[in-house]
Design a protein around this ligand. Structure first.
Ligand SMILES: C[S@@+](CC[C@H](N)C(=O)[O-])C[C@H]1O[C@@H](n2cnc3c(N)ncnc32)[C@H](O)[C@@H]1O
Length: 245
């Protein structure tokens, strides 16, 4: 179903409903049209409140919700922090989207599971994993996500991720962690389905140049090699594309 250029709230509801049944991956033209009048989307005001606990642009949260709805297979998130992105994805899963959905979070700047980030200028947390669980529960989304505390490359976490997605390849991969998207892609490549939607934050990241350089280098190299197809950069610097295998 093509998306109209000047959309009404009803157009959004119809597109979202159809997304749950679709077989064809969402493409760049649809994404760009979807964002054009996104403020009239009936869920936009709600997502704008989720923005209060998320470092992502509300457009990206809305896209995560849409992508999760349109995903038939597994969903892997690396770096939810206190759950802004997880509410975006989880609401799409609840409404009929992909399964299983796992979220890997190591717990904070202090390198400990359940760590703190009390002095974060906008989104402080005294216990990141607890706040993640609380924020998901407050939205009634706790049962739709398996939270794996730990780093994405910790062997016990890798084992759990492989166990969960056995027989259900990843069709939506969202990474918003430490910038090492190459490490995470290599680790989880055997689980990633052809045409998997990829959402990598920090392609542009003012104030976090190291992260930005690494994400950008990996994405640009993979696109040049033909392994990734780029849809573009959305919100405040989130790259979106597709895995070509
Ligand atoms: C920028 S924040 C994520 C923001 C979140 N997605 C949102 O919507 O606001 C990055 C998070 O990634 C986590 N992280 C960093 N490296 C990680 C790794 N290797 N494995 C798992 N989590 C990681 C950090 O603890 C932090 O909570």
């Amino acid at each position: 179903m093509a998306f109209p250029q000047s959309a009404t709230p009803e157009d959004y509801l119809a597109f979202d409903a159809a997304a749950v049944r679709r077989r064809k991956p969402i493409d760049r033209v649809e994404i760009d049209a979807y964002l054009k009048s996104i403020e009239v989307h009936p869920y936009y005001a709600k997502m704008a409140t989720v923005k209060d606990i998320s470092m992502l642009h509300v457009d990206v949260l809305m896209l995560l919700r849409l992508f999760a709805r349109a995903t038939r297979g597994g969903i892997l998130e690396i770096g939810p922090y206190i759950g802004g992105s997880s509410i975006g994805i989880g609401s799409g899963v609840r409404d009929g989207g992909g399964r299983p959905y796992a979220s890997v979070e190591h717990g904070g700047v202090e390198e400990e599971i359940g760590g703190t980030y009390r002095d974060h200028p906008f989104y402080p947390s005294s216990n990141i994993i607890d706040d993640l669980k609380k924020n998901l529960a407050a939205e009634g989304l706790g049962s739709f996500v398996s939270i794996f505390p730990g780093k994405s490359d910790t062997p016990s976490v890798v084992e759990k991720v492989f166990e969960l997605f056995r027989g259900s390849p990843i069709e939506l991969l969202f990474i918003d962690a430490d910038g090492a998207v190459d490490r995470d892609m290599e680790l989880y490549r055997p689980l990633i389905a052809k045409n998997c939607l990829l959402v990598f934050d920090d392609y542009t990241a003012p104030g976090a140049e190291e992260k930005e350089q690494r994400v950008r280098r990996v994405v640009d190299e993979e696109v040049a090699r033909g392994r990734l197809e780029s849809y573009g950069v959305y919100g405040w610097g989130t790259w979106i594309g597709r895995y070509r295998g």
